[in-house]
Design a protein around this ligand. Structure first.
Ligand SMILES: [Fe+2]
Length: 393
């Protein structure tokens, strides 16, 4: 008797590197960005949408307008070119204040860290997020109080996104990075990636948002990030960025947008990109690289929120009580400086979970402590209790 051949009845969901197709990427990247599609933008340069923070700021005082901003940014990241720049995101004095702290941290760290995607002598500060918070509360507060940063983060990751940051000082003569996609699946080898169904490839890009905040000017010769607009839409891209032909296509078609100190570039983590080479003789390009995570994902770096919030709490309380920061700006800092998600918890003891679908998060506990003007000692007691009942037995 002839053996029955089983025909697949479902669409393919597991793919290997042998199935990548350069024509598909070329087709995807042949799309053109039209300014009319993004009415809040200032311009489109090299397929990248450009905003000016001074035009967006007035919109985010109004919740309907804020949704409009978020909707437009979300469209770029998913269905559009996957990348946008925001000029004048930071005032120069805020960047300068952080740069002073970065210099101090670099001097304090015994060995300079090299870049993981490029050879050379670039200087890294891993977890600049936590290090700045512990070194100087005011520098941390003025940086993460930024209204537009929060709106951008929420446009892709939703409420209470988790911030991580790494500084990269790119020295003259440093080489270009290899083109790549980023965390999560961007940090996996092909053998591992092919074990994930395509639905997880799609999900990976929704778990983080990548940003480059310019802490120095970034003229073309200093090597601002090379970007391949629309490449985030190529479904098999996580399996493709190491391939020689794809790399060749990247080097011929990637674009750069020169930016100034205080500007930011934001992209979908699945966008093919690479930091450029610094061909100057005497100019350090300084970037604070933000990786913003959805609360549903595991961030790349471990953040000790307990240490951070206890260190900055007195300064935050003072700003609130003296009205030197608005309620919203205090909240922006809190979103970054605390864990905004109430799980995992211990449902035997964490009875706050019973009153609603979820328990109180560290963010909410801290927000309440500020409203009650608790001093640091009493806030710390509340926080310890909140953490104690959430531990497993
Ligand atoms: Fe990257």
């Amino acid at each position: 008797m002839q053996k029955e051949v089983l025909q697949p009845i479902h669409e393919q969901v597991f793919f290997t590197e042998s199935e990548i197709n350069l024509d598909d990427l070329m087709q995807t990247c042949s799309q053109k960005t039209l300014k009319e599609e993004y009415p809040l933008a200032d311009s489109v340069e090299n397929n990248v949408v450009i905003y000016d923070a001074r035009n967006i700021t007035p919109l985010i005082d109004n919740s309907n307008q804020e949704k409009r901003v978020k909707t437009e940014l979300n469209h770029i990241l998913e269905k559009g070119p996957g990348v946008f720049a925001i000029r004048n995101l930071y005032e120069e004095k805020v960047i300068d204040q952080s740069n002073v702290i970065f210099d101090k941290i670099i001097k304090n760290e015994a060995t300079n860290k090299n870049d993981h995607f490029a050879s050379g002598s670039n200087t890294r500060i891993w977890n600049s997020f936590q290090k700045v918070a512990l070194e100087n509360s005011e520098a941390f507060i003025s940086y993460y109080a930024n209204n537009i940063l929060r709106v951008v983060a929420e446009s892709w990751c939703g409420p209470n996104p988790q911030m991580t940051a790494q500084v990269n000082v790119i020295k003259p003569g440093s080489e270009m990075q290899k083109p790549h996609r980023d965390y999560h699946l961007g940090f996996q080898e092909n053998e591992a990636i092919q074990e994930y169904p395509i639905s997880t490839h799609r999900m990976s890009q929704h778990l983080t948002l990548q940003a480059v905040i310019a802490h120095s000017d970034m003229p073309l010769e200093s090597g601002p990030t090379l970007l391949l607009p629309y490449s985030q839409q190529y479904e098999l891209g996580y399996l493709a960025w190491r391939n020689k032909e794809f790399k060749g296509f990247f080097s011929k078609n990637a674009v750069q947008v020169p930016i100034k100190k205080g500007d930011g570039i934001f992209c979908n983590p699945a966008l093919f990109h690479a930091a450029g080479s610094n061909s100057t003789n005497n100019f350090n390009r300084i970037a604070n690289l933000l990786q913003i995570s959805s609360v549903f994902g595991k961030a790349m770096e471990r953040i000790d929120y307990n240490k951070i919030i206890k260190n900055i709490y007195p300064a935050l309380l003072k700003h609130q009580n003296n009205n030197t920061l608005s309620k919203r700006l205090v909240e922006n800092v809190l979103v970054c400086a605390t864990d905004g998600y109430p799980f995992p918890t211990n449902l035997d003891y964490d009875t706050s979970s019973y009153s609603s679908l979820h328990g109180l998060s560290m963010f909410e506990v801290t927000q309440q402590a500020l409203l009650d003007s608790l001093d640091l000692e009493n806030f710390s007691l509340k926080l310890s209790e909140h953490q104690r009942i959430r531990l497993s037995d």
